[in-house]
Design a protein around this ligand. Structure first.
Ligand code: AMP
Ligand code: GLY
Length: 424
């Protein structure tokens, strides 16, 4: 069959890597792809949010399955457009993608179905938001309602920070229309983990556990990023906790969406805060996590393509996925300065040497070809992902890959996986 992956980051490289191994796949396209993906798939020069052009391409090439990586085309309705054209596509439709696209939507859903999360209120009036913050006090969390490229959440440790965040979002409109409404919620303390489940709208198929490192510097210091590294499995998610997450969060969410006439299919990403064995939802996303997809897919033993197709067709019956009994650790190599502005176009050395290392994959995220060389072109540039019999072996493997690669001002954390090591 012919498969098209939409996107061009580390998550999409990992998806292409896994999909390309399926005996069912004859041709793999990726739009727009990147230099790493170009080794596995035919890259198509169409942007991930050019929905009509992607649909025309899929029709012209008779693509059998399209797999959407990022959230923006999902919230723009790529799934609706493809389905209207009679094409199979993996991901939620526009209405269901609001679970990520609107914090107010997901908070209201959780309230309706008693899904554990932080207490909250939504506001469209600045004065009312200010009054609520003064009444509640700090710490408190202020969130722009819409998509803000991962930057629309301010965890305020004091009242002044919270009030400044409301001013920035509602008066100065630093996130544009994403900030027309704000959600103000209770600060949750605990350890974060990511949980993923495939679903066809009715049935669910949970994945192995994983966890990412969101802060830019070691010891979880500095600003939040899209993720500076990740590992799988995540020891914080014990077998018992896994069942609690499925029963109290994933099942009621999928059943609730269906009951509301807005069935959710694709992969559900649950961002969790865990305290004393009790999981609560921080956020939902409508897609695979990035970088979490990289270690997860390296550990996946089963063919992923039948699962993706079953979700797209509403035919998910399989109730387990086989995993390699190994740990995987992904270290993100980022441009110096990220998540603030950074220099682009710097030549990356050592990719060939890293490619020689066994049980190691260098997934490309923000790279591009320039004058025949691979150069950095985004904040997160590479996801260097190692597989090992233990977490320690996987960490050493990933950092052996990192040591082989270099460019000016490269930045990466040196403590990826340390939390898992401390628990094992
Ligand atoms: P979100 O975009 O909702 O995932 O938020 C980004 C990050 O902000 C999360 O990964 C958490 O680290 C933090 N965060 C969000 N909501 C809360 C909360 N209610 N309490 C504590 N931290 C939070
Ligand atoms: N790693 C966080 C995310 O994918 O949103």
């Amino acid at each position: 069959m012919k498969v098209l992956v939409v996107g061009g980051g580390g998550r999409e490289h990992a998806l292409c890597w896994k999909i390309a191994q399926s005996p069912l796949v004859e041709t793999l396209y990726c739009a727009p792809g990147n230099p790493g993906i170009a080794e596995l798939a035919e890259c198509v020069h169409i942007g991930a949010d050019e929905i009509d052009a992607l649909c025309d391409f899929a029709k012209a090439e008779a693509v059998d399955l399209t797999v959407v990586g990022p959230e923006v085309p999902l919230t723009m309705g790529i799934v609706d457009t493809f389905q209207a054209a009679g094409l199979d596509i993996f991901g939620p439709n526009q209405a269901a993608a609001q679970i990520e696209g609107s914090k107010g939507f997901s908070k209201d859903l959780m309230a309706r179905y008693n899904i554990p999360t932080a207490a909250y209120r939504s506001f469209t009036e600045h004065a009312a938001a200010v009054a609520y913050i003064k009444e509640q006090g700090a710490p408190i969390v202020v969130k722009a309602d819409g998509l803000a490229a991962g930057k629309g959440v301010i965890v305020a440790m004091n009242e002044a920070q919270a009030l400044a965040a409301v001013d920035d979002i509602m008066l100065d409109k630093v996130f544009g229309s994403a900030g027309a409404s704000v959600v103000i919620e209770e600060f949750m303390d605990g350890e974060e983990a990511s949980f993923f489940a495939f679903t066809d709208g009715r049935n669910i198929l949970p994945l192995a556990s994983s966890q990412d490192h969101k802060r830019v510097y070691d010891n979880d210091e500095g600003p939040n990023t899209g993720g500076m590294g990740a590992y799988s499995p995540a020891p914080v998610v014990t077998a018992e906790l896994h069942d609690v997450i499925v029963e109290t969060i994933v099942k009621p969410t999928i059943a609730g969406m269906a009951a509301d006439g807005c069935p959710y299919s694709g992969i559900l990403y649950v961002g969790l805060m865990i305290k004393n064995g009790r999981p609560r939802v921080v956020e939902f996303n409508a897609r695979f996590g990035d970088p979490e997809a990289q270690p997860l897919l390296m550990r996946m033993k089963s063919d992923i393509v039948p699962v993706l197709l079953a979700c797209a067709r509403g035919e998910l019956q399989q109730n387990s996925i086989e995993w390699h009994d190994k740990a995987a650790v992904c270290v993100v190599m980022a441009s110096g300065g990220y998540p603030s502005p950074f220099a682009k176009g710097l030549a990356i050395s050592g990719l060939d040497a890293a490619a020689q290392i066994d049980d190691l994959m260098v997934f490309h995220a923000g790279t591009v070809f320039k004058d025949g060389q691979v150069v950095n072109n985004g904040g997160r540039v590479l996801g260097v992902t190692g597989l090992g019999t233990t977490v320690k072996v996987a960490i050493d493997k990933a950092y052996a890959g990192v040591a082989a690669i270099n460019w000016p001002e490269v930045h990466y954390r040196k403590d990826i996986g340390a939390r898992a090591l401390n628990r094992s």
